[in-house]
Design a protein around this ligand. Structure first.
Ligand SMILES: [Zn+2]
Length: 134
C-alpha cells in the first residue's frame, strides 16, 4: 500500500540521533502514527484482518505499545516485529531508514538534511563571544 509520507529525494542513511528520538517518541503512539500514514483503523483493532499489503492474515498486537504485529503471508513465512517493521511491510518492503523517516514525519519530527549550517552558525556565534571577551 502507499503510505502517506514524503520520501527523500536522495536515499542516504538516517541520522542516528533522529532515529533514536523517533524511536523514543513512537512508543505508545502507534495508533496515531499508523493512521497518519494512511493505515485504516479497521485493521488496528487487534482482531484478525486482511493485510492491505500482501493479503495475508494480519493482526495488530501492540503488546508493549511498540506497534507489534504479525502477518501470515499466503505464500511465504510469517512476518512480525515492531511498528517500524510494520511500516516497512505496509510500505512494500520499505527500507528501515525510510520507515524511520515516515514515522518521524507522522510525529511531526524533521530530520536535519544537513548538519553543516548548524555548525557554521555555532562557529559564528562563538566568534561573537570571542569578540566580546576581548
Ligand atoms: Zn502482510
Amino acid at each position: 500500500m502507499q503510505l502517506k509520507y514524503t520520501a527523500p529525494r536522495a536515499s542516504r542513511r538516517v541520522d542516528p540521533e533522529y532515529r533514536d528520538r523517533v524511536r523514543e517518541m513512537s512508543s505508545g503512539r502507534w495508533f496515531t502514527i499508523l493512521q497518519t500514514l494512511g493505515v485504516s483503523a479497521q485493521i488496528l483493532t487487534g482482531e484478525v484482518a486482511t493485510c492491505p499489503e500482501c493479503g495475508g492474515s494480519f493482526k495488530f498486537l501492540n503488546t508493549r505499545d511498540r506497534g507489534e504485529f504479525i502477518c501470515r503471508e499466503p505464500r511465504s513465512s510469517d512476518i512480525y516485529g515492531d511498528g517500524f517493521a510494520l511500516v516497512r511491510h505496509l510500505g512494500g518492503d520499505l527500507g528501515f531508514d525510510d520507515a524511520v523517516r515516515a514515522v518521524g514525519e507522522a510525529l511531526g519530527q524533521r530530520e536535519l538534511s544537513d548538519r553543516a549550517p548548524e555548525k557554521r552558525a555555532h562557529r559564528a556565534w562563538r566568534g561573537t563571544i570571542d569578540r566580546w571577551a576581548l
